[in-house]
Design a protein around this ligand. Sequence first.
Ligand code: NI
Length: 200
Amino acid sequence: MSDQAEETAAEGPPIVRMGDPVLRRIATEVADPTAPEIRGLIADMTVSLAEAGGIGLAAPQIGVGLRVILFKVPDARATGDPDDGPCPLTALVNPSFKPADDEMVLGWEGCLSIPGLRGEVPRHQRIKVTGTTPEGSVFEAVLAGTRARVVQHEVDHLDGVLYLDRMTDLARLGFAEEIMEAEAARKWLGADAETGEQDG
Ligand code: NI
């Protein structure tokens, strides 16, 4: 992978779509989060995510079965929760989380591996996240709202789980364009779907 990545550095690896078995496998724990291979993987993922215009990406989505995720929260997606808010692109190695309380919230999600669709998915409102940064530091944080949602979505990818598996009402699944039209009154959905920064 690294040889080819160097030759085609200007272009990120393609994002695999639902149906590729790699999306259904449990990804492997990374032994050394600071290894050059992991730095290269994160660089590849960063390019692929930027090209796709999403807010999160997990390594299996570029065909690599390792426990690495990227996420960010654009200004338009941040909720009013004090533990939410815009955040720059963040990479986590071996991330895991526990619910911080019992509160579940429904919210719209898309996935770069399931292009064009959106579904309403129940997630924990607030989670305690742990992981390792690419620099080798311990990452510990309480995240809520959109931050919590994107991290739960990406960690699910590491366990072979797609957002469709989490849905409780498939009537709330549809094509993004149709949902935007039907739910234009939901300001947040209309605003950021236009930027394309919705999918993880
Ligand atoms: Ni996804």
